[in-house]
Design a protein around this ligand. Structure first.
Ligand code: ADE
Ligand code: ZN
Length: 353
């Protein structure tokens, strides 16, 4: 049976490196957990809940959703549903953020959060075959001391061999960029690097390219999450391309969350790819923005006139940008290229641009 390009990229095995597990919470789960944990929602019509006109407005909804997570079981359920929902759209591997600052401030234990997430990921992996690892994000809004404390606690859990901690492979930084100097998180990053965690950080979603350079040069990040403003600095673009520093770009999120563009056609993703940047494709907060990774690939292909082979190259760049070891990367590349060899010839001639 012949396929549209949209259907082929939906089925193509894909990697996701920029997805917040809390941002995958199904609307029905938000309502159920809020009721169970006594969190007042402004409305139980979740389509009403998810309305925002800027990144900071979005973040206040994100924080409300986060606050519904009260127990290890809640985290397990969230993680389970996130992998099941991703796999339904061809996501076979993810490095997923969780941002526990407000839960730790409210007295939850990091060990319970990590163990719950790991339980849910393992259950979903057994069911779907899709895999997921974790990146512990510092929340800028809670400041550098909370960030350092998170990294210290991660180190303690590792030393203790705590349940699920082997899933946490990296440390990142997210939340509001306005008025926050990323360099203030240098101590936490240095500590995380010494402890063997991989390093990434959100930057350039609504901050200038100089802040992106700081995250790489001062914090030692190996990847940049979003990196949208990078294109405003051609010299930095050339450097990122030459050094293959990955960007985890989220074009539809930049429209729906950051309100940075009205349409995909205006998004710099195509310019990023044309400049040779290792610009991967991701959803960010799929359930809160009514997105999925298949839609992300399909809509970007349509907006920029990309072919199926172009989209396979994007998927393979996701493997390169991942933190899997060489064997893990080779296995995933094999999965993607084998599936692409099967799907490609089945795409309708009209759609095989
Ligand atoms: N946390 C969840 N989504 C985010 C985004 N788009 N930017 C910064 N922090 C986030
Ligand atoms: Zn993000």
């Amino acid at each position: 049976m012949s396929l549209t390009l949209r259907e082929a990229v939906e089925q193509l095995p894909k990697v996701e490196l920029h997805c917040h597990v809390e941002g995958t919470m199904r609307p029905a789960t938000v309502v159920e957990l809020a009721a169970r944990n006594g969190i007042a929602l402004p409305t139980t019509d979740v389509t009403e809940l998810y309305r925002y006109g800027s990144l900071d407005e979005f973040l206040s909804i994100f924080w409300l959703v986060q606050s519904t997570l009260g127990s290890r079981d809640d985290w397990a359920r969230l993680a389970y549903e996130s992998v099941v929902d991703g796999a339904a759209h061809g996501r076979v591997y993810a490095e997923t953020f969780f941002t526990p600052a407000r839960h730790l401030a409210a007295g939850q234990r990091l060990g319970d959060i990590v163990a719950g997430l790991a339980d849910g990921l393992a259950a979903a992996e057994a069911e779907t075959g899709a895999r997921a690892l974790l990146i512990a994000d510092q929340d800028r809004a809670y400041g550098p001391a909370a960030g350092r404390n998170l990294v210290e606690q991660l180190g303690e859990l590792r030393r203790a061999g705590a349940p699920g901690i082997e899933r946490v492979i990296g440390v990142g930084l997210d939340s509001t960029e306005l008025g926050v100097d990323p360099a203030s998180f240098a101590e936490a990053y240095a500590l995380a690097g010494r402890a063997g965690f991989r390093l990434t950080g959100h930057q350039g979603e609504n901050s200038p390219p100089s802040a992106i350079a700081t995250v790489v040069d001062v914090l030692g990040a190996e990847r940049i999450d979003h990196g949208l403003s990078l294109v405003d600095d051609p010299e930095l673009v050339r450097r990122f391309a030459a050094e293959r520093i990955p960007l985890t770009v989220c074009p539809n999120s930049n429209i729906r969350i950051a309100n940075a563009f009205a349409t995909l056609a205006e998004h710099p993703y195509a310019r990023m790819r044309a400049a040779g940047l290792l610009a991967t494709l991701n959803t960010d907060d799929p359930a809160l923005t009514d997105l999925d990774l298949g839609y992300e690939y399909g809509s970007v292909a349509a907006a920029f006139g990309y072919s199926f082979d172009d989209m396979v190259a994007v998927a393979l760049d996701g493997v390169e940008a991942s933190w899997l070891d060489d064997d893990g990367k080779a296995g995933l590349r094999g999965t993607i290229t084998a599936a692409a060899a099967d799907l490609g010839p089945r795409i309708m001639a009209d759609d095989r641009t």
